[in-house]
Design a protein around this ligand. Structure first.
Ligand SMILES: [Zn+2]
Ligand SMILES: [Zn+2]
Length: 173
């Protein structure tokens, strides 16, 4: 099974890992597996360190203040992690493109997957479609894969919370 970078899976995984950072290599590996990633080797502490560094870089892409800065930061991630594209059928379930070298350890694989997935998400769906929840005290990161591209909240819960608050604010005036 593969993460489909065009489908937003890689950005969703990045957001999930960023919002709740893994604290051990085992947890990192488990959560990657849950997201559909095939791990070819066990993960170690160096994978966790590498992944956390990738998430730090990614968080800067999320918090970029304009499109140019966002593109610049995403390009830096690509330069540090991606390889030339290549066709692969490593799992025997269909040919697809990898933008990374074969046999990478999990940390480096994640870095590449997140960089490429984020770049494809931004150019494919819109440069603005990566953000934090509008509820200030929430700040959860999400990738906007909605049809309209105007998603503002991480969850229904936050959307409702903000709606109630705005309603109260109006009622008070
Ligand atoms: Zn693959
Ligand atoms: Zn939220």
């Amino acid at each position: 099974m593969h993460l489909n970078p065009y489908g937003g899976d890689a950005v969703d995984l990045a957001a999930d890992l960023c919002n709740r950072r893994p604290t051990s290599a085992e947890e990192l590996a488990d959560r990657c597996r849950e997201a559909g990633l095939t791990l070819e080797r066990p993960a170690g502490p160096e994978d966790l360190a590498y992944a956390l560094a990738a998430l730090d870089a990614w968080e800067k892409v999320v918090d970029a203040t304009d499109e140019r800065e966002r593109a610049e930061l995403a390009n830096r991630m690509l330069a540090a992690s991606a390889a030339h594209p290549r066709l692969t059928d490593h799992a025997g379930d269909g040919w697809h493109l990898h933008y990374r070298d074969e046999q990478l350890p999990l940390g480096a694989l994640l870095f590449s997957l997140i960089s490429v997935g984020t770049a494809l998400h931004l150019v494919g769906r819109g440069m603005h479609r990566l953000r934090r929840c509008e509820v200030a005290e929430c700040a959860t990161i999400f990738a906007d894969t909605s049809r309209t591209g105007r998603r503002r909240y991480c969850s229904h819960r936050c959307a409702n919370r903000d709606a109630v608050r705005r309603h109260r604010a109006r009622a008070a005036t």
